[in-house]
Design a binder for this molecule. Sequence first.
Ligand SMILES: [Zn+2]
Length: 311
Amino acid sequence: MFNTSDRVTRAMTNNGAFRVITALTTQTVRGAVLAQQARGAIARRLGELMTGSILVREAMAPDKRVQILVKARDGRTSLVADAHPDGRNRGIVSPGLDERVAMVNNATLEVIYTLPNGIMHQGVVTLPDGGDISAGLMTYMHESEQIVSMIAVATVLDSDSDTGSSGRVGAFPVEDALTGGIRAAGGYMVQLIPGADRDTVAEMTARLEAADQLANTLVAADMSTTRLRCQLLGDMGVEDMTETLLRFGCNCDRERVLAGLSSLPRTEIEAMIAAGAPLDICCDACQRGYVIVVDELRSLLVGGSGSGLQN
Ligand SMILES: [Zn+2]
């Protein structure tokens, strides 16, 4: 089932000063980018956001689902990353999203998950101009979670090294059919644990600045989360390590599709029933198709319910 080398690991340094989360997400991002037919700057951002949602989930809510939304200045959602505790991840690019407007100034980054007490946590920060996801995630962790963190997420595109092919439109060329044009994706989060001594923090800061070439690191052929962590930490040892395998995967099913339909106005459902034809619905995230027959539409008029998270 998990035909992937993608994984996220979480560990504490032996000196108790840092919690370190490292993620390799290449296959996972490829799956989402292919399903969304995203490319160029949008594919890069979607990948970064997906890696970010995995890091935030590991840091704040390892056994919960975490969603991160990027909303454009007009308040419309443009990108969604959705990380599940079982390792499934998906991403959605809003239809019609244009590279030129995808990350305009004043976009916001919104993190949503359920707290242990069942209450929905929702934190919103403004992305810096240009829409740097790593910077936005660090601001979020600091302002909304009050945790000082160094975060870097990166998506490396095939077109990053060979110029001239990044602006193409239309169907993916054959060589992109399996990769979506994604060479590598991943990232890390290093959290400062309160009380760490000043020298240790200074050493880590210098080390992270030196390692500030995540993209180069990720494309190394033998890259692993362990190796990425070693590059970040040097000879600083770790303990209490956990690891979760990651993959692209959707949680859609017939019930969810029907639940989505049931939130439509009653008159709209009645009109569909009157039309008499089955409904062909495609999942926004994975493009799986569902055929909803008229009898199922009728059953929606009997009861209905809403849900907090986006389907
Ligand atoms: Zn789906």
